[in-house]
Design a protein around this ligand. Structure first.
Ligand code: NAG
Length: 135
């Protein structure tokens, strides 16, 4: 029988890998705050929730972004989220999640984000050392 902490570690590993394909979160950061080693990335608040933002590559031209639906929360394009991007438009815009992944906007070495976020996939065998991942 596995020890309970093993389950927790496995769950965290699974979540971390699942997270790599999804948008990176910039919790609590202000719009356009730096959030990545990639200086072209910044925080874009989700229009549906003021307390959450994605860390997204900001180099996409405004003309390539479509407005969200009238509820300011819905995007009809697949894999897009509705964000506040006021440099482009007053109304919320649909942003491609592909532009907000860990690969696109890698985590900065020192951050205030949750300690269990894995920065990259290079870590072949990570162990949970009480407070943080170690490779
Ligand atoms: C959508 O956002 C715009 C601009 O921020 C605002 O004027 C409008 O009232 C919002 N619509 C809804 C349904 O919240």
């Amino acid at each position: 029988m596995m020890h309970a902490t093993s389950y927790v570690v496995l769950l965290l590993v699974a979540l971390s890998f699942a997270d790599r394909a999804r948008a990176r979160v910039c919790e609590g950061a202000l719009q356009y705050d730096r959030c990545s080693l990639n200086t072209a990335c910044g925080c874009l608040p989700l229009s549906s929730n003021d307390n959450n933002a994605i860390c997204a590559y900001l180099g996409i031209g405004c003309s390539e972004l479509n407005s969200c639906a009238m509820d300011n929360q819905t995007c009809f394009e697949p894999n897009h989220v509705c964000v506040k991007h006021t440099r482009c438009h007053n109304r919320p815009l649909c942003y491609p999640i592909d532009m907000a992944t860990h690969d696109m906007c890698p985590t900065m070495p020192i951050t205030t984000t949750s300690p269990w976020i894995i920065d990259d996939g290079i870590c072949a065998s990570a162990i949970w050392n009480l407070y943080r991942w170690q490779c």
